[in-house]
Each structure stands twice: as structure tokens, then as C-alpha cells.
Design a protein around this ligand. Structure first.
Ligand code: CO
Length: 154
């Protein structure tokens, strides 16, 4: 495994539309391994492939209950509303209050190409929505109803 450099806003790579993964091969496994290592080192709860400069539909998430790897993820159902603070490893100086669905069901593929569904609420639902947004070039600062310094939040 190796650490990758986290791309920072306003790098235009963060605004690209990512392409679906078609080959579930060693390159994908290396990307997922490196993304997880990079996320943990940066103490984030999620990381999307464009944040390491790779324009594939790949995300990793760990909100404290174990590593989740999602390839070609899609939200297939959402319920409720939550508004809360959100940050991003690509925008380390800012946080924002973002309105999100409180609960989502997502469909994705694992690293071997096996489809699965996943349900999450609260922070996990927020992370899933935030990371999938990255795959479409959307950042939390586009959605936030209030933006503030991340120092102010601590
Ligand atoms: Co982010």
C-alpha cells in the first residue's frame, strides 16, 4: 500500500464527472488499498477517487464501524432530512452545514465485482451522499447553507 496525495480545492479534477469501473482487477484493488490508507492517515471518514486524482467511481468510507469499499455506488432510496456539519479532506480549512437525507439505501459493487446494497442513517448516510457527490464533481461547499472556518468549529 502507499499513501496518495490528496487533491485540494480548487483543483479542477474535483469538478470532473467520474467514469464507472469496468475492470475489477489488481489496479482497482491497489487504488482501494491506497485510498483506505490515505483516508486513515488523514483521519477522514470518507474519500473518493477524484480526491487522489483518479476519475473512477470508487469511494471508501469508515465512520467508525469498519471500512466500506463502494465501486460504482448509487443511491437507490432516501428518506428524511438531516442538517449538520460537514468537512472534506480536499477543503481542510472549511466546514459547512449541509442538508442531507437522514437515511439512504445504496447499491454498489465490491472490489471483486459482486453487487451489494447497504443502508445507513445519520453520519453514514451523510458520508455516502458526500462521497457519491464527489464522483459527480459536487463539493459540500456547493450545497452548504452556511460555511465557516474549520477552526471555528473546534
Ligand atoms: Co469530501
Amino acid at each position: 500500500m502507499s499513501l496518495r496525495i490528496i487533491v485540494k480545492h480548487p483543483d479542477p479534477v474535483l469538478r470532473e464527472m467520474c467514469k464507472p469501473v469496468q475492470k475489477f482487477n489488481a489496479n482497482l484493488h491497489k487504488l482501494l488499498d491506497d485510498m483506505a490508507e490515505t483516508m486513515y492517515m488523514a483521519e477522514g471518514v470518507g474519500l473518493a477517487a477524484p480526491q487522489v486524482g483518479n476519475l473512477k467511481r470508487v469511494v471508501v468510507i469508515d465512520v467508525g464501524s469498519g471500512l466500506l469499499e463502494m465501486v460504482n455506488p448509487e443511491i437507490i432510496d432516501r428518506r428524511g432530512v438531516q442538517v449538520g456539519p460537514e468537512g472534506c479532506l480536499s477543503i481542510p480549512t472549511l466546514m459547512g452545514d449541509v442538508r442531507r437525507a437522514k437515511w439512504v439505501r445504496a447499491r454498489a459493487y465490491d472490489r471483486y465485482g459482486k453487487e451489494f446494497t447497504l443502508e445507513g442513517s445519520d453520519l453514514l448516510a451523510r458520508a455516502i451522499q458526500h462521497e457519491i457527490d464527489h464522483l459527480n464533481g459536487v463539493l459540500f461547499i456547493d450545497l452548504a447553507i452556511r460555511i465557516y472556518s474549520s477552526r471555528e468549529h473546534k
